[in-house]
Write a protein that binds this ligand. Sequence first.
Ligand code: SF4
Ligand code: SF4
Length: 133
Amino acid sequence: MADIKDIFECTQCGYCCQGETTVSLDDNDQKRMTQALGLSEAEVRDKYWRVTGNVVQMKIVDSHCIFYDEGCTVHNGRPWRCAQWPLHPSMLAVRSNFETIRESCPGINQEISYDDFCRILQELMDEQTIIHC
Ligand code: SF4
Ligand code: SF4
């Protein structure tokens, strides 16, 4: 049986939570985050979200996501794209995506071959062990 630890184990380096933008939140993300924080949507929107037209992202503080503090402080309510990272299914089809993502994420097994990585990732996706929508 495939074990996610064979291809990925987060080092909590925080790299993926840095930058001047964040992933966007869809409607389900917004509901889940609001519930996880135990606040009203208006409060969450005001305190934590950056809303531009129909696009909702998380605010940035000191060049990182507002929820980042030595790890994700909204882990159970984080957006699905955060939960999916770094095991993006595009890596199965495009080897350069795998190489680019592995370079930016030290949690990906740095020794494993591309073929073995794809085999295990595909098994995990088939078992629905990981998010891959
Ligand atoms: S929600 Fe959590 S995992 Fe996603 S960018 Fe913010 S701190 Fe990182
Ligand atoms: S870049 Fe990779 S190892 Fe670092 S916090 Fe993000 S998922 Fe974890």
